[in-house]
Design a protein around this ligand. Structure first.
Ligand SMILES: Nc1ncnc2c1ncn2[C@@H]1O[C@H](COP(=O)(O)OP(=O)(O)O)[C@@H](O)[C@H]1O
Ligand SMILES: [Mg+2]
Length: 330
C-alpha cells in the first residue's frame, strides 16, 4: 500500500543542509502495524511528514527517491491530489494534542467538521458519527462530552479525541507520531490498547513512531530502527529483541527500563552525529562499543540476517553474537 523508495529529505538551514532522511526504503502493507524507533533527532518526524508531503518546502526539499501510495507518487501529487490523500487515505496523530486541537471550539464542532470534510452528510448524521467515534475511542458519556472544550479534557482523553479526529476520515493508514510521550505510563498503555483495537475494527494500517522500543514491543508486526536519518535494522519484534543484529539497536534495548527486565540500565554514550556533516563511515561508529577501524571508512548497507530481518553493520550475525555475550558475562 505504501512504498518508500530511497527517500532523501534535506532541510535548508543557515548552518548548512540537514540530511534529515538519508536514503530510506521500506513498505507498509494494508492492515499492518509498523513501529519506527530511534532517539530524538534521528529523522522520524521528518520521515513521517514526508509520507503526506507535509514538510514545508522550503526549508524541506526531496532531492532523491519517492513515496508511493497505492502505486501513485506522493511527491509528484498536485494540491488537489494531496488534499484527497490527507483527507481520506492517510491521517496523522501529532506529537502534541494541544497544538492540533483548536482551544476556542468545542470538541464536537471540530469533530463534525472533520467528518464533513471527508464526506458530505447532513449535520445531524455527522453529529451522530462524532458521538460514535468518541465512544469508539473510549470517551465516557460522549453525548455530553461533545459539548466540552479541549482544555476540559485530561491529557489522555485529549489524545483519544485526536485519535477520533484522525479516524473521522476513515484512513487506510494512521500515522501516530509519539502519541504517548506526554502521557503517564498507565494512560500510555490504554492509548496503545486503543490503537490495537482500532486496527481490528477499522482495518487501518498503523505506523507508530516512538523513541521507546518498549512502546512498540507488543504492538508492531514489524519494527524499523532509525539512526541519523537512515534505517539501521528492521525485522519482527522477535528479531529486534532476541536476534538483535546491530549495535545501535542493542544499545537502545539496554537503555530501556521496561525491556531490560531487572538488568541495570546502560545509557547510550555520546550524542548522535551531526546531520549536516555526518561522519564518513558508519554513523554509529563514534558511539559503538564494537567499532573497528573499518567502521570509520565503510558505511554499511542493510543486509539480510534472516527472513525479513535486515541490519546495517559490518559485523556478521555470529561475530556480533559472541561480542554481545562477552559484554553480558563481564
Ligand atoms: N524545520 C526544520 N528546519 C531545520 N531542521 C529541522 C527542521 N525540522 C527538523 N529538523 C532537524 O532534522 C533532524 C530530524 O528531526 P526530526 O525528524 O524531528 O527527529 P525525530 O522526530 O526523530 O526526533 C533533526 O536534526 C532536526 O534538528
Ligand atoms: Mg519527532
Amino acid at each position: 500500500m505504501l512504498q518508500v523508495n530511497n527517500l532523501h529529505v534535506h532541510l535548508d538551514t543557515p548552518d548548512g543542509t540537514v540530511k534529515a532522511v538519508d536514503g530510506v526504503t521500506f513498505s507498509i502493507e494494508a492492515g499492518e502495524t509498523v513501529g519506527i524507533v530511534g532517539e530524538s533527532g534521528s529523522g522520524k518526524s521528518v520521515l513521517a511528514h514526508s509520507l503526506m508531503k507535509l514538510n514545508p518546502e522550503p526549508p524541506a526539499a526531496y532531492p532523491e527517491g519517492d513515496v508511493y501510495f497505492n502505486d501513485r507518487s506522493v511527491l509528484k501529487m498536485n494540491k488537489k491530489e494531496l488534499r484527497k490523500l490527507r483527507g481520506s487515505d492517510i491521517a496523522m496523530i501529532f506529537q502534541d494534542p494541544m497544538s492540533s486541537l483548536n482551544p476556542v471550539f468545542k470538541i464536537g464542532k471540530q469533530l463534525i467538521e472533520a467528518i464533513q470534510a471527508h464526506r458530505k452528510r447532513p449535520k445531524k448524521e455527522a453529529r451522530e458519527k462524532a458521538i460514535e467515534l468518541l465512544r469508539d475511542v473510549g470517551i465516557p458519556d460522549p453525548e455530553a462530552r461533545i459539548e466540552s472544550y479541549p482544555h476540559q479534557f485530561s491529557g489522555g482523553m485529549r489524545q483519544r479525541v485526536l485519535i477520533a479526529m484522525a479516524l473521522a476520515s476513515e484512513p487506510k493508514l494512521l500515522i501516530a507520531d509519539e502519541p504517548t510521550t506526554a502521557l503517564d505510563v498507565t494512560i500510555q498503555a490504554q492509548v496503545l490498547e486503543l490503537l490495537k483495537g482500532i486496527q481490528k475494527r477499522y482495518g487501518a494500517a498503523i505506523m507508530i513512531i516512538t523513541h521507546d522500543l518498549g512502546v512498540v514491543a507488543h504492538l508492531a508486526d514489524r519494527i524499523l530502527v532509525m539512526y541519523a536519518g537512515r534505517l539501521v535494522e528492521s525485522g519482527s519484534a522477535e528479531d529486534i529483541f532476541y536476534r538483535t543484529a546491530m549495535p545501535y539497536t542493542w544499545s537502545l534495548l539496554r537503555s530501556i527500563p521496561s525491556v531490560g527486565g531487572g538488568e541495570r540500565l546502560v545509557p547510550i554514550d555520546g550524542q548522535p552525529p551531526s546531520l549536516i556533516d555526518p561522519p564518513a563511515g558508519c554513523s554509529f561508529e563514534p558511539r559503538c562499543p564494537f567499532a573497528t577501524e573499518a567502521c570509520r571508512h565503510v558505511d554499511p548497507d542493510l543486509k539480510e540476517r534472516g527472513s525479513g530481518h535486515e541490519a546495517a553493520c559490518l559485523l556478521s550475525f555470529s561475530e556480533f553474537e559472541s561480542l554481545k555475550e562477552g559484554v553480558v558475562s563481564s
